[in-house]
Design a protein around this ligand. Structure first.
Ligand SMILES: [Zn+2]
Length: 237
């Protein structure tokens, strides 16, 4: 029933596997944090681009209306000149009516220009907060890059040290249990082992049979029948 390996050995191996998993997840978390911040900066850049395009279009509308206004002013002046040169009362009157109509249209256009310019100003006012947000996002991205870079060396060194310790500890396993241990670790990592929790497997929480608990209390290692983990008891001291 018990495996040909001591609880002390499995306890040590389990600790090293957990340390390695923790270090590797910290190593993987760095690039993920950089990616998240980089995506955030990209999103803000895209928002800024959309806004700048809106400002450009709003300006275009204002410019076009101003051109229309200028040509209308020219037309009114022409009309006035023609009226001054009118030869008949009828012609004078018609040109006067035309000028009055154009004047009305000009007022409408002037209001529209004012609205278009207000829209440009309104849009422009929303730009600085987004620019500030983008600047902050870029700083935060650079900070994270520096932090991840600074931590990586230490984590790599620690991984290498523990991996070497683990390798040595695995060499000391009895040959008959080494292969099954390696197979389980390959598929489950640190979850190939579990500490006894009361009378249950600390991995899957299933109650272990009394004879297994008895063997565990004598410092032996027993496979959990439910999850297959190598179960060991905590040190009794
Ligand atoms: Zn289990």
């Amino acid at each position: 029933m018990a495996l040909a390996v001591t609880a002390d050995a499995v306890r040590t191996l389990h600790r090293m596997h957990r340390q390695l998993e923790d270090l590797r997840s910290r190593l993987a978390a760095g690039p993920r944090a950089i990616d998240a911040r980089s995506r955030n900066a990209d999103t803000i850049t895209a928002r800024l681009g959309v806004l700048q395009e809106e400002i450009r279009k709003a300006r275009l509308v204002a410019d076009q209306k101003q051109l229309q206004l200028r040509s209308m002013e020219t037309r009114i002046k022409d009309c006035e000149a023609k009226r001054n040169a009118a030869k008949t009362n009828r012609e004078y009157q018609l040109l006067g009516e035309q000028m009055a109509a154009d004047d009305e249209a000009k007022k409408v256009l002037e209001d529209e220009i004012l609205e278009a310019l207000e829209r440009v100003d309104g849009l422009k006012a929303t730009q600085p907060p987004i620019e500030a947000e983008l600047a902050a996002a870029k700083v935060s991205l650079e900070d994270m890059k520096v932090k991840v870079q600074a931590e990586r060396g230490g984590l790599d060194t620690e991984v290498a040290r523990i991996a070497a310790d683990l390798e040595r500890a695995e060499q000391e396993l009895p040959t008959e249990s080494r292969e099954s241990y390696r197979r389980m670790v390959r598929s489950k990592g640190a979850d190939a082992m579990a500490q006894l929790d009361g009378e249950s497997c600390g991995g899957c929480c299933q109650q272990l049979p009394p004879n297994a608990v008895a063997e565990l209390s004598q410092g032996r290692v027993v496979p959990c029948r439910s999850c297959g983990r190598m179960v060991y008891a905590s040190r009794s001291d």
